[in-house]
Write a protein that binds this ligand. Structure first.
Ligand code: C5P
Length: 401
């Protein structure tokens, strides 16, 4: 599905980046989109209705009252749109959006919209990193809106840092990806994500092993979702029947915990995000019998030794990496999950309880809770693909902080 024929409602708010929105409108129109522009009263100080309407080939509205006693219906505008794009989105407009401060046509239209909403924030460095902006962006994300993060560079104020509205091409690609099913757009571009998945098998003899029921589904879904978002993905999986649907993911198959550990540390220094979804065996036979063990004796004792805790070692060696662990618990779930967060020096932990129906490693669905040191978020039972999206949305919201 392309952009052609799509109804795109662009809301311009009052920031200097509004000049870049002209290029965006031109690109959408060139590709056959139907573009309607609205603007806040302040935006008129930066760009003119004439230039925006010339490019969009439609009248541009900034208030409820048209010429000759007509009324510009925010409801009609909102329901007409396939997507709404707020570009640039100033700190003020963002704040009004997430708090329902409905004092102009843009906000009234936004609040009437049922379509997906994209936000391309643009503001000065200190405004962008201000806790209130971060909180508002997070709220917008929680509403399900797609944030196209501001970029770093020289700002109109002369300061240098993050705050510039994303380039029109980046915004265009975000929308195009949305229509082609790649949502959200390349939000992890430039990041390297390492994911461990599946069970590990610890050999007892040449034909037997100690393993577990992990299917690898969660880790594979995470890898595919991270790759969709533009990340370079390294997936290190124990034995799993999963078939990778995305050929951009680098898949390394390992068998035992020790092999998994060695593979992880081939890449560890270069990754930005590490997600340990593997169900690593905690113990392995001290010795692996060279030949198949015969069933001669009534009892057989196999001495086990503790495996390395891969994620704990990742936590100990953490320099810049954002680390996500999983906790599959059957009792004292929250307490245990939070304990692991601390003990393994993680940034975030995903808890699933075997007590929840449909959750855990054998199912196609999962029900999770996410904890950071300060936050907790609960999710409904969803497909593992949707859970992967929730997890990566949460990771991205943490990276914004
Ligand atoms: O301590 P526990 O095994 O419950 O912790 C689970 C988390 O630690 C998961 O993210 C799992 O992938 C990771 N882990 C690991 N190496 C181990 C055991 C667990 O990476 N040996």
């Amino acid at each position: 599905m392309s952009i052609s024929g799509k109804k795109i409602l662009i809301a311009v708010s009052g920031g200097i980046a509004a000049y870049k929105t002209h290029f965006l409108i031109r690109d959408f129109v060139k590709k056959g989109a139907d573009v309607q522009v609205i603007m806040t009263p302040d935006a008129e100080q930066f760009v003119t209705k004439l230039s925006l309407s010339t490019l969009s080939k439609k009248p541009v509205y900034s208030d409820f009252y048209g010429d000759n006693g007509t009324w510009n219906s925010h409801v009609e505008l909102a329901l007409w749109a396939d997507i709404m794009m707020i570009a640039p989105c100033t700190a003020n407009t963002l704040s009004k959006m997430v708090h329902g401060m409905c004092d102009n046509l843009v906000i009234a239209t936004y609040m009437s919209a049922k379509c997906p909403v994209f936000i391309a924030p643009a503001m000065d460095l200190d405004m962008y990193i201000h806790p209130s902006t971060k909180k508002n962006l997070k709220l917008a994300e929680d509403f399900g809106h797609i944030i196209i993060p501001a970029e770093s560079g020289e700002l109109a104020s002369g300061l240098i840092g993050q705050g510039r509205m994303a380039e029109p091409e980046t915004i265009y690609t975000a929308v195009e990806n949305y229509f082609t099913g790649n949502i959200p757009a390349k939000s992890l571009e430039g990041k390297t994500v390492l994911i461990t998945a599946g069970p590990t098998y610890e050999a007892i003899d040449p034909v037997r092993f100690i393993g577990n029921h992990s299917s690898g589904k969660m880790g594979f879904s995470l890898a595919e979702e991270a790759s969709k978002r533009g990340a370079k993905v390294i997936l290190i999986s124990g034995p799993s029947a999963q078939v990778l649907k995305d050929s951009n993911v680098e898949l390394y198959k390992v068998t035992s915990a020790r092999e998994m550990l060695a593979k992880v540390f081939e890449f560890y220094d270069k990754i930005d995000i590490g997600i340990a979804s593997a169900a690593v065996a905690d113990y392995a036979p001290k010795e692996v019998a060279k030949e198949k063990i015969k069933k001669n004796d009534d009892n057989l004792t196999i001495e086990l030794v503790k495996n390395p805790d891969i994620l704990k070692i990742m936590g100990e060696k953490k320099t810049h990496q954002f680390l996500v662990g999983f906790a599959l618990e059957t009792q004292n779930e929250e307490e245990n999950a939070k304990g692991k967060l601390e003990k393994k020096n993680l940034d975030m932990i995903v808890l699933n309880s075997l007590r929840d129906e449909g959750a855990g490693f054998k199912n196609d669905t999962n029900k999770i809770k996410i904890f950071t040191k300060t936050e907790k978020k609960e999710f409904n039972l969803k497909s593992k693909g949707d859970v992967a999206r929730d997890i990566l949305n949460f990771v991205e919201s943490q990276l914004l902080k």
